[in-house]
Design a protein around this ligand. Structure first.
Ligand code: PGA
Length: 247
C-alpha cells in the first residue's frame, strides 16, 4: 500500500481530489466507486470547485455509490443517494444515467445482483474511493465479512449505527436503518485502483490495523494490503498509531 501522510483534513481532501481528477483526465470514460460519510466531503468540495473553475469535466464519468441504507429511498435526505447528489452530482456534469446506487426498492437479492451486473456492464470500477470505519469496515463490510463477498445485504454493527447516528444527523438512533446494501470486498478489490481516506485521531487504531496488522476478515480494510494499486491518504492524526518503519 502506498501510504501518504498529510498534515490535516484540508490537505487530505486536496490530495484525494487531485488523485481522482488525475484518473478522470487519464481516460475518456472513468468508472468511480464513491463513498459517503464525513471524511470525503472536502474531497467533493474540491472536485466541485475544479469543475466550476473549468478544470475538470465529468462528461465521461460513471459513478457507483459504494453502499446505501436499506429502506431509505433515493429522495430521503439521509440516504446515500441524496448525499451524493447534494455533495457532487448536482454541481457537476455527470449524466443522470451514469450515476448509480443500489435500488433499495426491490428484493435485496435482486438489487445486489443488478448492481453487480451494472458494474460489470461498464467494465468494472477504475477507482474505488473509500472511507474507513472505527471498526475497520470499508463500505458497509463489517468485521467478519468474507473477503470473497460481492454486493450484499448487511446487518449493520451496532457501533456503526451509533457512529452514523452521532455523525450524520439522525434525530434518533432508531432512525438509523438496521440494514444496508454494500459492494462486497471482492467487488472493491476488483477495482483497478483503490483510494482510502482517513482523518482524525478516532480513526488511528483502525488505520494502523489496516496498514500494519495481519490481513484478516476481522479487519476488512486490511485486505487492501493485497491490492496491487491501493493508496491511503491519511492526515497526521489518523496516522498517529502507525509505526514509522513502514508508514
Ligand atoms: P466517516 O465514515 O467518513 O463518516 O467517518 C467512514 C465509514 O464509516 O466508512
Amino acid at each position: 500500500m502506498n501510504v501518504i501522510i498529510v498534515p490535516d483534513y484540508e490537505q487530505m481532501s486536496l490530495h484525494a481530489a487531485a488523485l481522482v481528477a488525475g484518473e478522470i483526465r487519464s481516460r475518456s470514460r472513468t468508472v468511480l466507486g464513491l463513498p459517503t460519510g464525513n471524511t470525503p466531503k472536502g474531497m467533493y468540495w474540491e472536485l466541485v470547485r475544479m469543475h466550476q473553475a473549468g478544470e475538470l469535466d465529468f462528461a465521461g464519468v460513471v459513478t457507483f455509490n459504494i453502499d446505501e441504507y436499506w429502506g431509505l429511498p433515493p429522495d430521503h435526505p439521509m440516504s446515500f443517494a441524496y448525499y451524493l447528489r447534494t455533495h457532487l452530482l448536482q454541481h457537476v456534469n455527470v449524466a443522470p444515467e451514469n450515476a448509480h446506487w443500489p435500488d433499495v426498492g426491490q428484493d435485496p437479492a435482486a438489487a445486489c445482483q443488478a448492481y453487480e451486473d451494472q458494474i460489470r456492464a461498464v467494465g468494472g470500477l477504475d477507482l474505488a474511493v473509500l472511507g474507513i470505519g472505527h471498526n475497520g469496515h470499508i463500505g458497509f463490510n463489517e468485521p467478519g465479512t468474507a473477503f470473497d463477498s460481492v454486493t450484499h445485504l448487511v446487518r449493520l454493527a451496532q457501533e456503526t449505527r451509533l457512529a452514523n447516528y452521532r455523525g450524520y444527523g439522525f434525530k434518533d438512533l432508531a432512525d438509523v436503518p438496521e440494514y444496508a446494501i454494500t459492494m462486497g470486498i471482492q467487488t472493491i478489490m476488483a477495482a483497478r485502483r483503490v483510494l482510502l481516506l482517513a482523518s482524525g485521531r478516532a480513526k488511528a487504531a483502525a488505520v494502523a490495523r489496516a496498514v500494519q496488522g495481519p490481513v484478516t476478515e476481522a479487519v476488512p480494510a486490511s485486505i487492501l494490503q493485497r491490492h496491487p494499486d491501493a493508496t491511503l491518504i491519511v492526515d497526521e492524526a489518523a496516522a498517529f498509531a502507525l509505526h514509522a518503519s513502514s508508514a
